[in-house]
Design a protein around this ligand. Structure first.
Ligand code: SAM
Length: 218
């Protein structure tokens, strides 16, 4: 994804610490204390401009959401949505998903969303895919028992790769849709910016939900 540098991004983020966590590593173990209400914590990795997390937080006031995005210049778009329509159950932070276990304590969160993650199609870049086994190990470590991952993508290669990666890791697939938008009457779905873009081109949207059986069976 091409990112347009916004020199004012850092200052804008720093002026809204009610929503923005400036030092996510310092927050390790205390994320729940940031929210007004103690309730499940769901994390979106690679939040992008935030249509999904904002829509989800609005539709699910009984869940607290944390958005993690690599680029500050992208994260400001999430913050702009919050400034326009404030919600109490979101926090956002600029961080790299490669360091999730430095950011979250073991068992600190309940659910992970991966939406239209970069597919990294070249084999030599496999380790960068957010469903590569090292990422799965991080999600498993920071999630409670019954922790689940929901993946949505337009990219068939990434989808197939992820199904195999989940399976090889010992995860259980709970739901799979190969054309999510055909089933939106039955499956509540908040669309992301990328989802709107790819769907408008006629591309099917793939979705699955997988869990970690070892933790689920504890
Ligand atoms: N989820 C959004 C959507 O569906 O509209 C954005 C999708 S975009 C293709 C992928 C996003 O993931 C980008 O905003 C990118 O900066 C972010 N990203 C990629 N690698 C990341 C990482 N290691 N840690 C955090 N965010 C990452």
């Amino acid at each position: 994804m091409r990112v347009r540098h916004k020199p004012w991004a850092k200052e804008y983020l720093h002026s809204h610490t009610n929503w923005v966590v400036i030092d996510p590593v310092a927050q390790k173990g205390t994320w729940r204390s940031l929210f007004e209400v103690e309730q499940p914590v769901h994390v979106e990795v690679g939040t992008g401009k935030g249509q999904f997390i904002h829509g989800m937080a609005k539709a699910n006031p009984d869940i607290n959401f944390i958005g993690i995005e690599l680029h500050e210049s992208v994260l400001v778009s999430v913050l702009e949505k919050l400034v326009e329509e404030p919600l109490p159950n979101i926090r956002i932070t600029a961080a790299d998903a490669n360091h999730l276990t430095n950011i979250f304590q073991d068992d600190e969160i309940d659910f992970v969303y991966l939406n239209f993650s970069d597919p990294w199609p070249k084999t030599r870049h496999e380790k960068r895919r957010l469903t590569f086994r090292t990422f799965l190990a991080q999600y498993e470590q920071i999630m409670k028992s019954n922790g689940r991952i929901q993946l949505k993508t337009d990219n068939r290669g990434l989808f197939e790769y992820s199904l195999v990666s989940f399976s090889q890791y010992g995860m259980t697939l709970e739901e799979v849709q190969v054309d999510l938008h055909q089933e939106e009457d039955n499956i509540p779905n908040v669309r992301t910016e990328y989802e709107e873009k790819f769907s408008s081109r006629g591309q099917p949207i793939y979705r699955c939900v997988a869990n970690f059986p070892n933790k689920a069976n504890e």
